[in-house]
Design a protein around this ligand. Structure first.
Ligand code: AMP
Ligand code: ZN
Length: 112
Protein backbone atom coordinates (compact mmCIF):
# COMPACT_ATOMS: atom_id res chain seq x y z
CA UNK A 1 0.00 0.00 0.00
CA UNK A 2 1.27 3.46 -0.90
CA UNK A 3 2.60 5.63 1.89
CA UNK A 4 2.65 2.80 4.43
CA UNK A 5 5.92 2.80 6.33
CA UNK A 6 5.70 -0.91 7.19
CA UNK A 7 5.00 -1.86 3.56
CA UNK A 8 8.13 0.10 2.65
CA UNK A 9 10.13 -1.68 5.36
CA UNK A 10 8.83 -5.06 4.12
CA UNK A 11 9.86 -4.14 0.57
CA UNK A 12 13.32 -3.03 1.73
CA UNK A 13 12.65 0.54 0.60
CA UNK A 14 13.20 1.84 4.14
CA UNK A 15 16.05 0.32 6.16
CA UNK A 16 15.28 -1.62 9.32
CA UNK A 17 17.14 -3.72 11.86
CA UNK A 18 15.64 -6.97 10.65
CA UNK A 19 15.94 -10.09 12.79
CA UNK A 20 13.57 -12.49 11.01
CA UNK A 21 11.88 -12.93 7.65
CA UNK A 22 9.98 -15.68 5.88
CA UNK A 23 7.50 -15.71 3.01
CA UNK A 24 4.69 -14.29 5.14
CA UNK A 25 6.13 -12.22 7.97
CA UNK A 26 9.03 -10.02 8.97
CA UNK A 27 10.39 -8.92 12.36
CA UNK A 28 12.59 -5.93 13.09
CA UNK A 29 13.61 -3.81 16.06
CA UNK A 30 11.34 -0.89 16.96
CA UNK A 31 13.02 2.44 16.24
CA UNK A 32 11.86 3.86 19.60
CA UNK A 33 12.09 0.98 22.06
CA UNK A 34 9.60 0.99 24.92
CA UNK A 35 11.30 -1.95 26.69
CA UNK A 36 14.82 -3.46 26.90
CA UNK A 37 13.82 -5.73 23.98
CA UNK A 38 11.24 -4.30 21.56
CA UNK A 39 10.64 -6.06 18.27
CA UNK A 40 7.83 -5.54 15.76
CA UNK A 41 6.34 -8.47 13.86
CA UNK A 42 4.37 -7.68 10.73
CA UNK A 43 2.73 -9.57 7.89
CA UNK A 44 4.70 -8.56 4.79
CA UNK A 45 1.47 -7.96 2.91
CA UNK A 46 -0.81 -5.13 3.95
CA UNK A 47 -3.61 -7.56 4.74
CA UNK A 48 -5.20 -5.60 7.58
CA UNK A 49 -4.92 -2.22 9.22
CA UNK A 50 -5.25 -3.61 12.71
CA UNK A 51 -6.41 -6.55 14.81
CA UNK A 52 -9.91 -5.10 14.69
CA UNK A 53 -10.46 -6.60 11.24
CA UNK A 54 -9.22 -10.13 11.97
CA UNK A 55 -11.58 -12.86 10.76
CA UNK A 56 -11.39 -16.65 10.41
CA UNK A 57 -9.68 -16.15 7.07
CA UNK A 58 -6.62 -14.77 8.90
CA UNK A 59 -6.41 -17.56 11.48
CA UNK A 60 -3.40 -19.30 9.93
CA UNK A 61 -1.48 -16.03 9.55
CA UNK A 62 -2.14 -14.96 13.14
CA UNK A 63 -1.15 -18.38 14.49
CA UNK A 64 2.03 -18.24 12.40
CA UNK A 65 2.86 -14.79 13.78
CA UNK A 66 2.51 -16.04 17.36
CA UNK A 67 4.73 -19.03 16.57
CA UNK A 68 7.37 -16.69 15.11
CA UNK A 69 7.10 -14.53 18.24
CA UNK A 70 7.69 -17.54 20.50
CA UNK A 71 10.70 -18.59 18.43
CA UNK A 72 12.14 -15.07 18.52
CA UNK A 73 11.62 -14.89 22.28
CA UNK A 74 13.67 -18.09 22.60
CA UNK A 75 16.42 -16.74 20.37
CA UNK A 76 16.46 -13.45 22.26
CA UNK A 77 16.70 -15.44 25.51
CA UNK A 78 13.58 -13.92 27.03
CA UNK A 79 13.55 -16.85 29.42
CA UNK A 80 11.60 -15.00 32.09
CA UNK A 81 8.73 -14.30 29.71
CA UNK A 82 7.56 -11.60 27.38
CA UNK A 83 4.58 -9.46 26.45
CA UNK A 84 2.82 -9.21 23.07
CA UNK A 85 0.90 -6.02 22.37
CA UNK A 86 -1.15 -4.97 19.38
CA UNK A 87 -2.54 -1.45 19.36
CA UNK A 88 -5.83 -1.26 17.47
CA UNK A 89 -7.30 2.13 16.79
CA UNK A 90 -6.79 5.67 18.03
CA UNK A 91 -7.65 5.12 21.69
CA UNK A 92 -4.84 2.56 21.85
CA UNK A 93 -2.42 5.01 20.26
CA UNK A 94 -1.97 3.07 17.02
CA UNK A 95 0.23 5.16 14.74
CA UNK A 96 0.99 2.77 11.86
CA UNK A 97 -2.12 1.39 10.17
CA UNK A 98 -0.55 -1.90 9.06
CA UNK A 99 -1.26 -4.84 11.38
CA UNK A 100 1.68 -5.38 13.71
CA UNK A 101 2.55 -6.97 17.03
CA UNK A 102 4.98 -5.59 19.58
CA UNK A 103 7.20 -8.19 21.29
CA UNK A 104 8.36 -6.66 24.56
CA UNK A 105 10.93 -8.30 26.79
CA UNK A 106 13.32 -7.62 29.62
CA UNK A 107 12.14 -6.12 32.87
CA UNK A 108 8.63 -4.86 32.13
CA UNK A 109 6.44 -2.60 34.21
CA UNK A 110 2.74 -3.13 34.80
CA UNK A 111 0.40 -2.77 31.83
CA UNK A 112 -1.14 0.64 31.31
P1 AMP B 1 1.81 1.53 17.05
O1 AMP B 1 1.84 2.74 17.94
O2 AMP B 1 1.29 0.30 17.71
O3 AMP B 1 1.15 1.82 15.72
O4 AMP B 1 3.33 1.19 16.77
C1 AMP B 1 4.09 1.67 15.72
C2 AMP B 1 5.52 1.45 16.12
O5 AMP B 1 6.32 1.58 14.98
C3 AMP B 1 6.05 2.44 17.17
O6 AMP B 1 6.48 1.74 18.32
C4 AMP B 1 7.21 3.13 16.44
O7 AMP B 1 8.30 3.40 17.28
C5 AMP B 1 7.56 2.11 15.37
N1 AMP B 1 8.20 2.62 14.17
C6 AMP B 1 7.80 3.67 13.41
N2 AMP B 1 8.63 3.84 12.37
C7 AMP B 1 9.57 2.85 12.46
C8 AMP B 1 10.71 2.48 11.67
N3 AMP B 1 11.06 3.15 10.56
N4 AMP B 1 11.45 1.41 12.08
C9 AMP B 1 11.11 0.74 13.19
N5 AMP B 1 10.06 1.03 13.96
C10 AMP B 1 9.30 2.07 13.61
ZN1 ZN C 1 1.38 -1.51 4.92
Amino acid sequence: MDNCIFCKIAAGEIPSKKIYEDERVMAFYDIAPAAPVHVLIIPKEHVLESAREITDEHAALIAHIYQVIARLADELKLDGGYRVVTNAGPDAGQTVMHLHFHLLGGKLGPMA
